[in-house]
Design a binder for this molecule. Sequence first.
Ligand SMILES: [Cu+2]
Length: 313
Amino acid sequence: MKNTLRRDKPLVFSLAALATGLFTAHAHAQDRETTGRFTWWLPENVFPAAEQIDLLFNIILYMTCAVCVAVFAVMLVFLFKYRHKPGRQGAFISGNTRLEVVWTLIPTVILALTAAFSQATWSSIKRQPEISPGEDFVSLEIVGRQFQWFFHYPGADGKLGPRRFDLTDPQSSDPDELIGLDRSHPDGRDDIIAPNMCIPVNTKTMIKLSSVDVLHSFFLPNFRIKQDAVPGLNGNLWIESTKTSAQVIGTSPDEPAMFSHAKPFDIVCAELCGQGHFKMRGKLYVVTREQYEAFLEEEASYLDLGEDEDEGY
Ligand SMILES: [Cu+2]
């Protein structure tokens, strides 16, 4: 009896893990508070360039589910059919070339097809879009640091001030020092470092992504965007939302009146980056152009462009 239990352990664990995974994914998708309208797996997508991701995601999900079910079914049948019986002897099989060729070729073909199909989707998201002359766009830098995201906007001059590692101070409470922004540089004087991200709707947003300490991963579930933030490297990505976050998630009296109480999209760190990883969550407000201008104005009003005092956050 004891022996049988021990032999079945991996199976029980696999089934339990599968059930937990399915339950978690389902529960997350049902959490309308943070993801908008109910969907089975992923929250509503607002980024047109990422539309194909959902199709790819579904194809891969259903394919792996089918394989998983088939493998478990065959395994269960075999477990039962060839279970221990007194006097029964195991057959000795030393390999089967034809079978091995088949089970190598099938996954190879599936993988090659998936890779080819992914290519177009990959470039539609990763290739920087053309900005037509006169078109409004937003650019900002996003910096990860244990355990917070910083949103660095270029200010009125439109130029991001440089960041220098020797200017960073992990003990400081000043965001300038947390990300090492060089305020003495002319481009950095009017820069804004905001605790939340805000972008206007229907506007291309160019993001420079980096980290000052460890690897983080910038994840926007509603945009199907997930990219590593790597210390010492600048990642380039872009997003555009066809809807305001209020249209997708709704409003709440707890949210800023400046955004007509719009709830934000989730920003998540998708890389286990240390003990406080779980709280590395940010807010992305997608708002009207006017609300975005008001946001920049308010953030800029905290800047002290004079000499003495430290500016607040
Ligand atoms: Cu992180």
